[in-house]
Design a protein. Structure first.
Length: 222
């Protein structure tokens, strides 16, 4: 029993670590605007979109409260990252180092990105958790593909709209095009990552519950 609990905790914190890593990286790389197949969006679109696949996997296996814990943990880690990036920018540069302007240009814009990201992140992720579990009750725990896609699609629309407006307002960037472009890219990623969610859920459930009955799973994911 102790080995099972230890294995479960390792799995949970591994997924949590991946979630937080993707989130922090997203804040750092999001200031670059990219174009893919005519669609415009921040460079972090792929990285950030995958956080919803991870959170839905955690929600499916460990439930609402543990998913909220990871979401809050991600928020705290992003704040810590932003603070130390700001400190690094403001620290006096060595006389022979001539890249302060470029360093500040690349990482300095990160502060507004972090603010936009954190506001949109908290609202959209909490909506995603609520929607995922609401749909889980409606479907009696069935149709993971429907719960994953529907909760993610609505949450990503909320996230994209809030993030783009705050991050790129009054910067000369095409706000509407950015929202449409990023959201379409996220929709495509959401559909593509559905098999990933299924694989993660089935592999982890298989590793954790192969010697137990379904009741064990139902208790943890309630």
């Amino acid at each position: 029993m102790n080995n099972k609990i230890l294995k479960e905790e390792k799995m949970f914190f591994l997924l949590g670590a991946i979630f937080v890593t993707l989130l922090v990286i997203s804040n750092i790389i999001a200031s670059k605007v990219i174009i893919i197949g005519g669609l415009i969006g921040p460079a972090a679109v792929l990285c950030y979109a995958l956080t919803f696949a991870i959170s839905d996997t955690i929600a499916e296996i460990w439930g609402k409260e543990r998913t909220k814990f990871i979401v809050v943990l991600g928020f705290i880690c992003c704040i810590i990252s932003a603070v130390f990036i700001k400190i690094a920018i403001e620290m006096p540069a060595a006389g022979f180092w001539n890249n302060q302007k470029e360093y500040k240009l690349i990482l300095g814009s990160n502060m507004r990105i972090v603010l936009a990201s954190m506001i949109s992140y908290l609202i959209s992720q909490h909506h995603d958790i609520w929607a995922f579990h609401y749909l889980k009750k409606l479907t009696n725990g069935k149709h993971l593909w429907l719960r994953n896609n529907l909760s993610t699609m609505i949450s990503q629309l909320i996230d994209t709209s809030i993030f783009i407006i705050i991050a790129f307002y009054n910067t000369g960037s095409p706000i509407v095009s950015l929202i449409i472009g990023q959201y379409i890219i996220k929709l495509i990623i959401a559909i593509i990552d559905t098999p990933i969610v299924y694989v993660l859920v089935n592999v982890i459930k298989g590793l954790l519950y192969k010697n137990t009955n379904k009741n064990s799973y139902n208790v943890i994911s309630s």
